[in-house]
Design a protein around this ligand. Structure first.
Ligand SMILES: Cc1cc2nc3c(=O)[nH]c(=O)nc-3n(C[C@H](O)[C@H](O)[C@H](O)COP(=O)(O)OP(=O)(O)OC[C@H]3O[C@@H](n4cnc5c(N)ncnc54)[C@H](O)[C@@H]3O)c2cc1C
Length: 413
């Protein structure tokens, strides 16, 4: 008998149903209010912490699900509730991925719990890679990290932008350039502990969507962090830099050279299917509203779903959502079972799910007609929220770049 199955197991179904209840009863009813307020929904985070959803334990448990489906199932349900509030709940987990991808077990043990705080004292964390002139082009990063050997401290200077939870985070994970000559290969990630002088919030952005999630600039002005805040440690960094220098020299000699991973990309690779799962949740939410509406809204004496023009659109919406989920699950399963993304399967999942969310939510507005265009109904918010999924964690164009390079083996530009 084959061991292959796409059916969630009992534990996964139990977690899914529990999260769905929270998303339905707590997140969805609060979604419009926090979208208008454009603030972090602290009361909802506290409620999520009390029931154990906003916690390191919960995310770690899902992360360690050997099938890989724990995280995508959780993401889909929470973001089905609302993407802005969902991102506020999982933003710290995305920063924790930056820590886990590059940190030692000791560093993870020290910093990960502080990223979430406790149910009585909830905290958030931020992952800061993007800069005003370095979004897709991560190698153009200007934030510098210089080692002060005498003090065994790293000194960080620069400006990060669009950081989720930036400035309000208890713990910031900051990617900085240690050796600018090596581009992305010369970067490393650092923990900036709570209350470190020199780190401040710059502009807080007013956004098109996911407005319940805080997005801001983070200014680093002579920020000094202890030597052991370098994720992975100095020895490992020195080895990696030496390999990158050798590689650069080999390329200069016209030889083929081994790839060296960079810090920010390691985070993105690990989190792309999870972000795709969020997009699936948003798409499914809008599709369900549209399906219900199409069955009850009557024009020309019959429900609008009686028209193929509407029913076929709903059929396409359902099909694309299922296809997106399958790509997300495949990538998540591959990652959990230690398989390399040789065809950029993580990027495929994020690309397709992000584009699907944008398309499905747009179609949902069309099906709801005038009502869809108003804030009386949730689909316009879902459409605004969905737009982020073709932009952050690598735009759709960058995902296509990664996929086309992977499938062709050529340096497509
Ligand atoms: C709400 C929000 C939250 C965010 N959260 C975080 C966070 O927590 N941490 C963090 O570090 N960053 C975060 N970001 C930043 C996000 O990852 C970047 O916005 C994203 O990587 C795109 O970079 P950019 O905005 O500079 O766009 P650009 O790189 O300037 O791209 C502009 C356009 O050009 C296209 N383009 C660029 N290069 C190419 C190319 N080679 N080929 C084809 N097309 C190309 C892009 O696809 C895009 O359409 C967040 C952004 C937003 C809006």
């Amino acid at each position: 008998m084959s061991g292959f199955t796409l059916a969630p197991n009992e534990d996964q179904i139990a977690v899914r149903d529990w999260l769905h209840g929270f998303a339905r009863d707590v997140i969805r009813p609060a979604a419009a209010e926090w979208d208008e307020r454009e603030e972090t929904p602290w009361p909802i985070l506290q409620e999520a912490a009390k029931v154990g959803i906003y916690s390191l334990d919960f995310f770690a448990q899902q992360q360690f699900d050997p099938t890989g489906l724990g995280i995508p199932i959780a993401m889909e349900e929470l973001f089905w509730g609302d993407a802005g509030i969902g991102l506020s709940i999982v933003g710290s987990a995305l920063a924790a991925v930056g820590l886990v991808a590059n940190g030692t077990p000791e560093q993870v043990g020290t910093w990960a719990p502080l990223m979430f705080g406790t149910p009585d004292d909830v905290k958030v964390a931020a992952f800061c890679s993007s800069e005003p002139d370095a979004g897709s082009d991560v190698a153009a990063m200007r934030t510098r990290a210089v080692y002060d050997e005498a003090a065994d401290e790293w000194v960080l200077n620069g400006t990060k932008t669009w950081a989720t939870n930036g400035g309000i985070a208890h713990v910031h994970v900051v990617v900085a350039s240690v050796d600018p000559a090596l581009g992305a290969k010369g970067q490393a990630s650092f923990i900036v502990p709570p209350g470190t002088p020199g780190l401040s919030q710059g502009q807080k952005f007013k956004k098109h969507g996911i407005r319940a999630s805080h997005t801001a600039e983070v200014v680093l002005d002579n920020v000094r962090v202890p030597g052991d805040c370098l994720l992975g440690g100095k020895e490992k960094l020195d080895e990696r830099l030496a390999r990158a220098r050798e590689r650069a020299a080999a390329i200069a000699r016209g030889e083929k050279a081994e790839q060296v991973k960079n810090a920010a990309m390691a985070t993105f690779e690990a989190s792309r299917p999870a972000v795709g799962a969020q997009a699936v949740g948003v798409a499914r939410a809008a599709y369900e509203v549209a399906l219900e509406y199409a069955k009850t809204r009557e024009q020309f004496g019959r429900p609008i779903i009686d028209n193929q023009g509407i029913a076929f659109t709903l059929a396409d919406m359902a099909t694309r959502i299922d296809a997106a989920r399958m790509l997300v699950w495949r990538a998540s399963w591959m990652a959990a079972s230690g398989q390399q993304f040789t065809r950029a399967e993580g990027s495929m999942s994020k690309l397709y799910a992000g584009e699907t969310a944008k398309w499905v939510t747009g179609q949902a507005i069309q099906i709801l007609g005038g009502n869809g265009f108003t804030r009386e109904y949730p689909v316009e918010r879902m459409h605004r929220d969905a737009a982020i999924y073709t932009i952050f964690e690598g735009t759709s164009e960058i995902q296509r770049l990664v996929i086309s390079r992977a499938i062709s083996g050529l340096p497509i530009r």
